[in-house]
Every structure is written in structure tokens, then in C-alpha cells.
Design a protein around this ligand. Structure first.
Ligand SMILES: NC(=O)c1ccc[n+]([C@@H]2O[C@H](COP(=O)([O-])OP(=O)(O)OC[C@H]3O[C@@H](n4cnc5c(N)ncnc54)[C@H](OP(=O)(O)O)[C@@H]3O)[C@@H](O)[C@H]2O)c1
Length: 306
């Protein structure tokens, strides 16, 4: 547990996750492309590095970036983590990326003698801050056991689902459901409101029904009060994940009609802009299609996390 740790990627998720590691007392060196996002972590004991390659002397480096290409860039691109003579022993990646991209990355890293674990997560940054993330890992079991205490420090539960890239498929399946659930939640909420049930009343009833979940509960304040500017996850990231889902469906020969329809709806939302807004803006898109004018209900309602 006295290993020197590294962290690359201090976006919404990375910042929340590494803060948990730091608060648990770990020695973590951090780097982010936009350097200003790193500075405040010094107050929790993080060592801020100016270049990603400076993390190469760490034993274990965690990564949390956006896409497969971004992960390749931080590892193998110009000045990349593993492009110098010093190399970390282990790379642990939590980004939501494709199975094929992850396998390519594994082959390259393992070819250099660097072990690699996939550790995608369930939960947004608020869930991470509340210590309620689920981490699902795949890769060598012994490696998982070595890294598990670090994963536990940043989550509520950690699971190993098997070798290789299996955790990528888990995450792709998870986020396909994530998209389908928000699509349907928006549809039925607009239906209920157009028929006369106040939005927050309807959402509260769903949350307390057999269908309620941590997800429907934590989206409820935003859907009631239309606070889409409090971004947890963007429409673009959701489209990336729906496309990963459709790619996996094709690769494995699995018909996924609900996911396919949701993918098109998410693509239409992305086509309408919404670059720096939460994906829950899908509610506004659905209401517009239904000719329903939405207003903030301005209610205080629990997100189930705090
Ligand atoms: N938000 C969620 O609810 C959620 C939940 C689970 C999983 N995820 C997944 O977690 C990953 C991160 O999501 P997020 O919401 O934290 O995204 P985000 O806020 O947009 O952060 C992305 C991070 O990746 C860095 N990055 C992206 N491209 C890079 C590149 N080419 N080189 C170096 N750094 C790069 C960004 O650096 P800059 O700061 O310089 O832009 C930033 O630190 C994604 O794969 C997402 O699908 C998100």
C-alpha cells in the first residue's frame, strides 16, 4: 500500500475519484491536459506533475479520459506515459472505451512488460464524491487483487468479471441500459405531465415504485427543476456509449431494438447542439416533440445521495 501512484485525467470523474484516493492517504502524482484543473488537489497532498511522462516512475498509473483515442494519446502519443525509458509497472484504466481499442492497448502495454487492468465504473461524479461508485474490473486476477485496495478506496463495491476486456463489455451493456432508461424516463414523464401529473410528483412515485433506482432518484432534481447546466455527463459522451453498444450488438449478433431507437434519439439530441449541458436535456427534446412547454418546478427534492 506504500506504492507510488499516478493519475491521468481530472475531468468530472477523474477529479472525484482521485480525491477519494488522496483522502484515503495514498501518495498520488497527478497530471491533467488542462493544468488548471489539477492545482487544487495539492491541498489533499497530490503531487502535481507538469508532463504526463513524469508519471512514468510511478508503480501504478490510473487513467480516466474520454475516448479510446484519448487513452492511446496519453499512453503512446507525443510525450505519452510509456514513451520514455522509465515505465510504470501497471496501468489501470477507468475510461468508457471499446473492447477492441482496449485489447489493442493491452497488447501494446503487455508487449512493453506493463500490466493492464480495465476498471470501468457505474455512477457519476456526484455518486463518486458520495463514495457510491461501483467498479467492475477485468484482466489478470492476481493484478486485480493487487490493485483492489486502491479501487476500494474510491468506491462502494468492486467486482472482477474475468480476464481480458470483459469489463469493457460490462460497461457497454451498462451504459446502453443507462441510455434506454433515460429515454424511457423522459417519454413517460412527458406523458404523465401532459396528462396532468406534476413532474416531481410523477418522478417521486416512480422512485418509490419497484422501478425506482439510484439512477432515477439522482436524476429527479434535475428533471424537476430543469437544471441541465449542472453537467454530470454530456450528450456527446452518451452518443459515444450508445455507438459502442450498437457496435458490440453487431459484433456479437444480438438484436437490440430498444437500444437502436435510443441511439437515434440521442444522435438527434447531439445534432441539436447541447455541447456543454447535461444529457438529461433529452427531457426538453422529448417535451418539444410532444408540444409540451416545460417549466422548472423549483422544488426541493432528494437525489437519494445526500
Ligand atoms: N460523467 C459520468 O457520469 C461518467 C460516469 C461513468 C463513466 N464515465 C466515463 O468516464 C470518462 C471520463 O468522463 P468525464 O465525465 O470525467 O469526462 P470529462 O469531464 O470530459 O473529462 C475528460 C478528461 O479526459 C481528459 N482528456 C480527454 N482527451 C484527452 C487527451 N487527448 N489527452 C489528455 N487528456 C484528455 C480531459 O482533459 P481536459 O481537462 O484537458 O479536457 C479530462 O481530464 C469517459 O470515458 C466517460 O464516458 C463518465
Amino acid at each position: 500500500m506504500s506504492q507510488k501512484l499516478g493519475w491521468i485525467g481530472l475531468g468530472r470523474m477523474g477529479e472525484a475519484m482521485v480525491t477519494k484516493l488522496l483522502k484515503a492517504g495514498h501518495n498520488v502524482h497527478v497530471w491533467n491536459r488542462t493544468a488548471s484543473k489539477a492545482a487544487h488537489l495539492a491541498e489533499y497532498g497530490a503531487k502535481i506533475e507538469a508532463h504526463k511522462i513524469d508519471l512514468a516512475s510511478c508503480d501504478v498509473v490510473f487513467t480516466m479520459v474520454s475516448t479510446t483515442d484519448d487513452l492511446k494519446e496519453v499512453l503512446f502519443g507525443t510525450g505519452g506515459l510509456v514513451t520514455g525509458s522509465a515505465k510504470p509497472q501497471v496501468v489501470v484504466d477507468s475510461s468508457s472505451i471499446s473492447q477492441e481499442g482496449s485489447a489493442e492497448i493491452r497488447a501494446q502495454l503487455e508487449g512493453m512488460g506493463i500490466a493492464y487492468l480495465c476498471t470501468p465504473v457505474s455512477g457519476n461524479a456526484k455518486v463518486a464524491k458520495a463514495g457510491k461508485l461501483l467498479v467492475v474490473a477485468s484482466g489478470p486476477k492476481k493484478l486485480y487483487e493487487m490493485v483492489e485496495p486502491y479501487l476500494q478506496a474510491m468506491s462502494r463495491k468492486v467486482m472482477w468479471v474475468g480476464e481480458g476486456e470483459l469489463a469493457r463489455i460490462w460497461k457497454i451493456a451498462h451504459n446502453t441500459m443507462f441510455g434506454v432508461v433515460i429515454q424511457n424516463l423522459c417519454e413517460i414523464t412527458v406523458l404523465a405531465e401532459k396528462a396532468g401529473i406534476p413532474r416531481h410528483v410523477f418522478l417521486e412515485s416512480i422512485n418509490d415504485s419497484v422501478l425506482g433506482s439510484m439512477y432515477t432518484r439522482y436524476k429527479t432534481p434535475m428533471l424537476s427543476n430543469l437544471t441541465f447546466d449542472q453537467v454530470t455527463f454530456t450528450p456527446q459522451l452518451l452518443l459515444k456509449d450508445m455507438d459502442l453498444g450498437m457496435g458490440a450488438a453487431k459484433a456479437y449478433g444480438v438484436p437490440m431494438p430498444a437500444a437502436a431507437a435510443t441511439r437515434e434519439s440521442v444522435a438527434r439530441m447531439v445534432g441539436h447542439g447541447h455541447d456543454h449541458i447535461d444529457f438529461a436535456v433529452l427531457l426538453a427534446e422529448t417535451a418539444r416533440d410532444a408540444g409540451l412547454e416545460l417549466k422548472s418546478e423549483n422544488v426541493t427534492i432528494s437525489d437519494g445521495l445526500t
